[in-house]
Design a protein around this ligand. Structure first.
Ligand code: FE
Length: 360
């Protein structure tokens, strides 16, 4: 195990606020994992890198990066009480979702409510995806069925396992393939209403602009009965957003490209592509995009903070943040502050809001 890197505690801060690097804390606290770090398991022909467990987050939520070679298969299964979401990072992936078969590519997003049978196979070498689970404990499958693994990439020589082996207390039920599969199902360009299974094509979702940044809501709170919402944030390098905290909302930051500077309490933490940072409820934080064309993905639980982005942003039909940014609508955020799980601790930056007459 990597040595624990303790940061000096700022005066007045509780021990729990320490940001740990490259280890899972085992108790709820802010922590950063560098790319490739986490609890690693070989499970069949997959490498599962667990980056967040319920005990690290203090909420029923967990994240795992799965990777494998061409043809590696994760057999059909469902979860009784776990809601899952997947995002493809590298390579094409064949996904069975209910009775539909999709060909997924990087950037595609999958919503998997409890009870939905799902399976996947990597179509390319170096296949990689990130899976987040909510509500149930399906994520404990990797520790229960997998073997601890020191490598940081999947082994091409690992053999498949007996997936059907029941694991007591783990919310994973392996099921037989149905005979009525619908191949080559079209991916959606907008999330449907309600907690239903769906696949959203890369770049799609509810898009909006806040200053120079494009926010894309992929999974909305109503898609998981309020458990979480997920969004992509992308933009050029720019100023730090105002420091703030949430009383109930827990936030994850997963940097996909470019680079970010985070404020966690009073500590500055850098995120490079593949790095992960957890911000539990109650911890002041802010972020800054420090490289051009930075993209990061966030899963926030519970899901009711999503309305904040609609107050802050302007709806946007495009897919690429424009050269001339519209104003940050902090005026609207302030107006609705009472209904938002948001405590502002800094002054808003970005272009000023329009004059009151134009503010709707
Ligand atoms: Fe936040």
């Amino acid at each position: 195990m990597k040595p624990k890197i303790q940061r000096n505690l700022a005066p007045g801060r509780k021990k729990d606020d320490t940001v740990n690097l490259n280890q899972l804390p085992g108790k709820p606290s802010p922590y950063k994992l560098e790319a490739g770090e986490g609890m690693r398991y070989v499970i069949g022909r997959h490498l599962a890198t667990v980056i967040a467990r319920a005990e690290d987050l203090g909420v029923a939520m967990a994240g795992t990066i799965l990777s494998g070679s061409k043809g590696a298969h994760f057999p059909l299964h469902s979860h009784q009480s776990t809601h899952e979401a997947m995002f493809i990072l590298e390579g094409d992936v064949s996904l069975t979702l209910g009775n539909k078969v999709f060909e997924l590519s990087p950037g595609d997003y999958v919503n998997i409510p409890p009870g939905t049978p799902h399976a996947f196979t990597y179509l390319d070498h170096r296949g990689k995806l990130v899976a987040w689970t909510f509500g149930g404990n399906a994520n404990t499958l990797y520790a229960a069925l997998g073997q601890p693994y020191e490598g940081t990439v999947y082994s091409e020589s690992s053999a498949d396992i007996d997936w059907g082996r029941a694991v007591d207390g783990v919310d994973v039920q392996f099921v037989d393939h149905g005979s009525d599969l619908v191949a080559s199902t079209a991916k959606l360009e907008a999330a449907p209403e309600g907690a239903v299974p769906f696949v959203l094509r890369g770049g799609e979702g509810e898009r909006m602009l806040a200053g120079e940044q494009l926010y894309t809501l992929m999974g909305m709170a109503h898609n998981s009965d309020g458990l979480f919402h997920s969004l992509m944030t992308e933009g050029p390098k720019g100023p730090m957003i105002p420091k703030h905290m949430h009383e109930k909302t827990c936030e994850t930051f997963f940097c996909l490209s470019g680079g970010m500077e985070m404020l966690v309490g009073d500590e500055a933490i850098s995120l490079a592509p593949g790095d992960f940072l957890y911000i539990p409820a109650g911890v002041p934080h802010a972020f800054q995009l420090v490289k051009n064309d930075t993209r990061f993905m966030g899963f926030l639980t519970p899901g009711n903070f999503e309305q904040f982005f609609r107050y802050l942003c302007q709806p946007f039909d495009g897919y690429m943040y424009p050269l001339v940014p519209p104003p940050f609508r902090f005026d609207r955020v302030i107006q609705h502050l009472a209904e938002l799980d948001l405590k502002l601790l800094g002054r808003p930056g970005g272009p000023p809001p329009p004059p009151p007459a134009a503010a709707a």
